[in-house]
Design a protein around this ligand. Sequence first.
Ligand SMILES: Nc1ncnc2c1ncn2[C@@H]1O[C@H](COP(=O)(O)OP(=O)(O)OP(=O)(O)O)[C@@H](O)[C@H]1O
Ligand SMILES: [Mg+2]
Length: 268
Amino acid sequence: MLRFNKVSFGYEAGSIIRDVSFEIEAGQFVALLGENGAGKSTLCRLCNGLLKPTSGTVTLDGKDTRSVRVSDLARTVAYLFQNPDRQICQNTVREEIMFGLEYVVSDTEEQRRRCERMLSLFALDGGREPFSMSRGERQQLALASILAREPQLLVLDEPTTGLDYRECMLIMEVISHLHKEGTTILMISHDMEVVADFAERALVLSKGMLIGDCTVRALMKNRDLLSEASLLPAQMPALALELGAGFEDVFTIDDMFKRIDDMLRHIA
Ligand SMILES: Nc1ncnc2c1ncn2[C@@H]1O[C@H](COP(=O)(O)OP(=O)(O)OP(=O)(O)O)[C@@H](O)[C@H]1O
Ligand SMILES: [Mg+2]
């Protein structure tokens, strides 16, 4: 689905992405992690052709992002900006959702159908002005606008930052549902609980270099990699790490409950 082959990218001030290679298969849910300024957002913008590599190649569905127009790539990949206000540019919620759709769907009836589906999925009022909405609602609108395009690959730049718990769960449930239906997800997140609950694989970036590519479970148990990337594990794997021997396989609350239950039965 998405392939980075020895990709480097830089601005005049210097190199931001350094010799990064990885491949994401269709249907995977991948978290992109790393410290502030590691180059995560830059890497995401390389996925959809908004930025082109200085060297190496990025291919999406076998197409080199350098040789295909961004508007053509937009049929396959959708990018949710880190800040929804950099994405939202129309005067009403309905216009905002329709705006991106017009590039990928020519049938106006189909455009309207998809728009209404998004309004109802996120319980949004189509007539509202985006800038009168809360940060959480604007984030939902930004997500609704790109989901209306029904992309195969969804690239999400910190989709839950700045949201309260309920808003975070609403967004993650929608994303998780799409993943179950086959959409490929690449998600930047600083929230390791969200990563532990939803993602399967972790790509770890530090100073523009890919220093880890493993399952989320393996990452949460790898003290060296976590510390090199300035990451903290989610609470349950962190507790299991502290408890040490006998808790190696504990990752979720359910795992912990079963492990303790086993131990108590053993004692009794
Ligand atoms: N347009 C630009 N021109 C020059 N340098 C830039 C530009 N955009 C980003 N950078 C620099 O590139 C580096 C990586 O930035 P990037 O936004 O990709 O990091 P990030 O991992 O997404 O960080 P954060 O977690 O803070 O969002 C930073 O040092 C940043 O200052
Ligand atoms: Mg960023």
